[in-house]
Write a protein that binds this ligand. Structure first.
Ligand code: ZN
Length: 677
């Protein structure tokens, strides 16, 4: 590990995103998603599943008004799994907790997205709204500092008794992330102080000292959040607590097993076996430093690995970095969809076995792709290698964005690579796959997560260190580096591969500008000013020297239409290809190609005839592709199901493909990423 390589995300306050692609996404989030989510968190979206998120905070702060009317009956409630629901959804008990045990986190993610959005685009009305909501959250905080409405409302005796499944530490993680972001955006520290109080309380309860709890979060995120809080405050206790959680995970005796045994004794059940393997779902089956395979719930895994990468950087921990590199390798070599999604199976929303990447039953949760981008960015902060940025870009331009409709009003939780709406409606195995995006979810982790990563996209595009600025993603922007040098980046990515960076400086500045050479481009061309020659390392072109006002670096990344094949170990993709161009993964949709997409075959020998054309879906300009191919002719209706083998009868067909992220914006229909060759 070479500390001299470390870089940190640029402060997004010093970036103005001018990129037409990302500006449009960020404007959609600002105008549609953030206000819409606020309504959803307050249960005011008609036809959407109620969230009860703000209801719970108000209940914990005793701010909900009881409806005093004659004949008021105590409402009934049911506890289903981890979700508490009122019998009568229009008449929830004003003092009771509803929703999932982790419902608080939806609010925190919303605040975090609002904070980034405020940095990109000041909005006094939004800021006032957030401030008002923060007052409610702070009023709900227990005097000890504890802040989780589930136990504040259901009885504090239960606090920290079910770390495995009851997400209190997860909610703290999101609280910290939102509080730091809001403080950085506005300078206001009310939420930050609440977050610190909660973290301090947890620090009093958890740790290596005698008498303290030896547990750790069932759903990770507290680790990376505590490291972020440490980097803001420089208070070592937060660094130590984050490291404690990482080191305890999977340590013997397994804490989750102890917890289950305690519960079994209390409930008079048989104690569970001394077997830690079921805790692979929580990545708690062995010590994190010894983990070699990405397993279990994919979002948890991505958040854990992100925290591990932070720890490796902050404490120069080679063994932690080694684990991160092994886990990264396992994901990208064996468990990554071509769309940048992870988590192949709906069972446990989890990684499946190596090379099991089904297309129609895929889970590929939006949050999981986000967690992969988090992990990739943190690995880039340690070692600038293009492979990390390639995967980060893949996730961000494809699965992260497919999670949200182009108009920002509906969302996917699951991002399949192949959809037949009729199958989704009749086949129980596809129950999790929705052919159209939904307005909201009872478990609404994904929509606010998409909002927070897209509004902070610049922090993924650019990182810097004292003597260098790294351009990882070609996002048009004006930015000011920490050395005061201003840069204007113009880019036609993702639709074309031209980019240029111009330097603005009063005095000559000595530093390095490092440009990623995207893995999707076979012949990148870079040209610096006045004979400056780049030094190429790990997929980055480094220009080092004295920069003067007006100096320019021009980059050209020719984009071919490419057919990609999967490793033949991936059964599902055998004999099929995916079409990509630049960072964008394409798909076939029924809207362009009619039904029965499986009858189509692409002519791999006629790729040079591919036509790239401008198109527009829901007011979003993009490039569509037209490829030469064939369509299998169907025998007449009623033909025998089986007959003697004969080559398929095919007729020539044009295949139209649109970006995967833009699918399902034109009504319900079939979709497929992989096409026969
Ligand atoms: Zn999610």
């Amino acid at each position: 590990m070479d500390k001299n390589n470390f870089s940190r995300p640029i402060d997004i306050k010093r970036v103005k995103v001018t990129d037409p692609f990302w500006q449009k996404v960020q404007e959609t989030v600002r105008r549609e998603v953030i206000p819409y989510q606020w309504e959803a968190l307050n249960d005011r979206v008609e036809g959407a599943e109620p969230s009860f998120c703000m209801h719970n905070f108000r209940a914990a702060a005793r701010l909900n008004e009881r409806r005093a009317r004659p004949g008021f009956a105590e409402p009934q409630y049911t506890f289903r799994g981890f979700q508490t629901l009122p019998e009568d959804k229009d008449n929830p008990d004003p003092d009771r907790f509803y929703g999932f045990v982790f419902q608080d986190s939806d609010f925190y993610k919303w605040v975090e997205a609002a904070a980034y959005s405020l940095q990109n685009h000041p909005d006094p009305e939004l800021e006032a709204n957030v401030d008002g909501a923060i007052d409610i959250i702070c009023a709900a905080q227990h005097e000890s500092g504890y802040l989780d409405t589930y136990y504040i409302l259901n009885g504090m005796d239960g606090a920290f008794t079910n770390l495995k499944d009851h997400h209190e530490l997860y909610c703290m993680g999101h609280l910290i992330e939102s509080a730091v972001a809001y403080y950085q955006a506005t300078g206001k520290d009310k939420l930050l102080n609440a977050a610190k109080r909660y973290a301090d309380y947890i620090d009093q309860c958890f740790g290596p000292e005698e008498g303290k709890c030896k547990g750790y979060p069932g759903h990770e995120i507290a680790e990376m959040a505590l490291f972020r809080l440490y980097e803001l405050t420089h208070e070592e206790k937060y660094l130590n607590l984050g490291n404690f959680f990482l080191d305890q995970r999977g340590a013997e005796p397994n804490y989750f097993l102890l917890e289950e045994k305690r519960r079994a004794i209390d409930e008079g059940r048989h104690e569970p076996e001394n077997d830690p393997s079921p805790y692979a779902y929580y990545q708690a089956h062995k010590l994190v430093r010894e983990q070699e395979e990405a397993v279990g719930h994919a979002v948890r895994a991505g958040y854990l690995y992100s925290g591990m990468a932070d720890a490796a950087r902050l404490t120069w921990d080679e063994s932690m970095l080694g684990a991160c590199e092994r886990l990264w390798e396992d994901i990208i070599k064996k468990k990554l969809y071509i769309t940048g999604g992870i988590g192949g199976t709906a069972v446990g929303e989890a990684f499946s076995y190596p090379y099991d990447l089904p297309n129609d039953t895929a889970y590929s949760e939006s949050c999981a792709a986000i967690s992969l981008a988090f992990f990739a960015r943190r690995m880039l902060e340690i070692s600038p290698k293009a492979e990390y940025a390639d995967v980060m870009e893949l996730a961000m331009y494809n699965t992260v964005l497919s999670g949200m409709a182009l108009d920002g009003r509906s969302f996917f939780y699951v991002n399949p690579l192949e959809v037949n709406p009729a199958a989704c409606k009749t086949d129980k195995r596809l129950e999790h796959v929705k052919p159209v995006r939904q307005k909201w979810f009872g478990c609404a982790c994904c929509p606010p997560n998409i909002a927070r990563i897209t509004t902070s996209a610049a922090a993924y595009a650019f990182t810097e260190r004292e003597d260098a600025v790294f351009i990882h993603l070609y996002m048009g922007a004006q930015l000011t580096a920490s050395n005061g040098m201003k840069l204007t980046l113009e880019s036609s990515v993702p639709w074309e591969g031209e980019a240029a960076v111009t330097v603005h400086t009063d005095e000559p500045v000595s530093c390095t500008l490092a440009f990623r050479l995207p893995g999707w481009c076979k012949k990148p061309a870079v040209a610096g000013p006045g004979g400056m020659v780049p030094d190429e390392r790990d997929g980055y072109a480094y220009f080092t020297g004295i920069w003067r006002d007006g100096d320019k670096v021009e980059l050209s990344f020719p984009m071919d239409v490419r057919l990609s094949a999967a490793d033949p170990r991936v059964r599902e993709d055998m004999g099929r290809a995916a079409v990509t161009r630049g960072p964008i993964c394409y798909c076939l949709e029924q809207a362009d190609n009619g039904e029965n997409l499986h009858l189509l075959r692409v002519d791999a020998g006629a790729l040079d005839k591919a036509v790239v054309s401008e198109t527009e879906i829901c007011g979003h300009k993009m490039r569509a592709l037209e490829l030469e191919g064939f369509r299998t002719e169907l025998p007449p209706e009623g033909a025998p199901l089986y007959s003697d083998y004969a080559p398929l009868k095919e007729s020539p067909a044009k295949l139209t493909l649109v970006p995967y992220y833009a699918w399902a914006n034109r009504g319900e229909g079939e979709m497929s990423v992989w096409v026969r060759v």
